[in-house]
Design a protein around this ligand. Sequence first.
Ligand code: NAD
Length: 457
Amino acid sequence: MDTLAVFNPANGTQLAEIPADDLASVAAKAERARTAQPAWRRMPWAERQACIERFRAALERQVDALAATLTAEVGKPIVQARNEIRGLLGRIDFFLAQAQASVADETVFADAGMTERISHDPLGVVANISAWNYPYFVGGNVFVPALLTGNAVLYKPSEFATLTGLEIARLLHEAGVPRDVFVPLVGTGAVGQALLGEHIDGVFFTGSHATGAKIAAAMGPRLVKLQLELGGKDPSYVCEDADVANAAASLADGAMYNTGQSCCSVERIYVHERSHDDFVDAFVAAVRGFKVGDPMDESTYIGPLTRAAQLEVLAEQVADATRRNATLRLGGRRIEQPGNWFEPTVFTEVDHAMTLMREESFGPLIGIQKVQDDAEALECMNDTRYGLTAGVYTPDAARAQALLAQVNAGSVYWNCCDRVSPRLPWSGHGDSGIGLTLSTYGIQTFTRPRAWHLRKA
Ligand code: NAD
């Protein structure tokens, strides 16, 4: 039997070795989900809703134990692990309040015996292939609305967050979701790839651009609904009239929270030349204040990287920036101890020839670039193949509005960053992906509209 070994990224020890799926078990699970979905769809809405309410209650009751598992396998600092699970509770509340109304039948025209109506059918059986960095968020954004709207879900958690994925499955099953309606699949990318070959009605993927592009290529000829939530190189611009202390505190958090491993982490900072030096001092001081250490410790803010391979990416970006004469203000090296540790790292005097200003870092590494005016800041912000989020710090609402309206990004922030709301659509431009989750659009996306043309005889 195939197995998957799970390691603790904080010290390299093995946490578990669990049975993994193979081609035959993936096919059998997909078949069972196909058979089970119609009954789940026919179930009264209130019963599906009650399952999700019980799931929510169980998450809330078990938050401490679930957070400990998440921290052990991905290295997320324990306070941030609890924040993520509690954050999912808020997202579930939004879906519980909005899902039924978002997909209710709607009469859009009625006149002289002719009625036009829209109804929403579930897609059917959907694949939910997930990343490890926020498994409760990126999983929940998909499986909660997908289940509520009557779909069966084949859920492939990341190989780096599988214990958490299996906990999610256990809680959903205990809450009453049938085992063949929410079906976890265990394994590496090969298992995700095998899943794509099955009879599925939608693929909802969260992960890297490289994998997303492979999935798009594989699914193109299949004409199956495809959503890709991919990476980012998210910029923020600090204007000369911004409160430097507030902007530095906000952006240090936005760059380093979750050890910089958020799709919407701030990865590039542009500062007006008049505030640049003060900002850099405040930013470096804020980052110095973050405690790096054991992720199980309540006071830890920065933990290990989840994936050892990312250490090499960071080391290469540091070497490239150094070679090109950037100024290293903080950190810059691996921390030599067991586990995947890298110092929080800040560079200034950077430019877009450097990989750290172009390629996703996905770690505690940031470049701060001086700009002369708003036009240069805007040009720099848009000089990227990604387009997930972007922010502007200034007290001037009109100035922020004018800049943010021209930024090529799915989410834009005024005086804030690294923020996701269940009420707003979450989407990316360019290489950050296609499709969306969250908001009422992110509920309807799990359904197919049916157009009814009804003429009285
Ligand atoms: P990844 O692409 O390595 O893996 C994501 C998932 O895809 C995993 O479950 C993996 O097993 C699976 N997979 C790998 N190869 C596959 C294949 N050929 N076919 C099918 N499935 C396959 O990404 P990751 O390291 O888990 O996640 C980090 C990335 O995710 C970052 O780029 C981050 O920015 C991005 N991300 C984006 C969002 C967003 O909302 N836009 C949210 C979180 C993370």
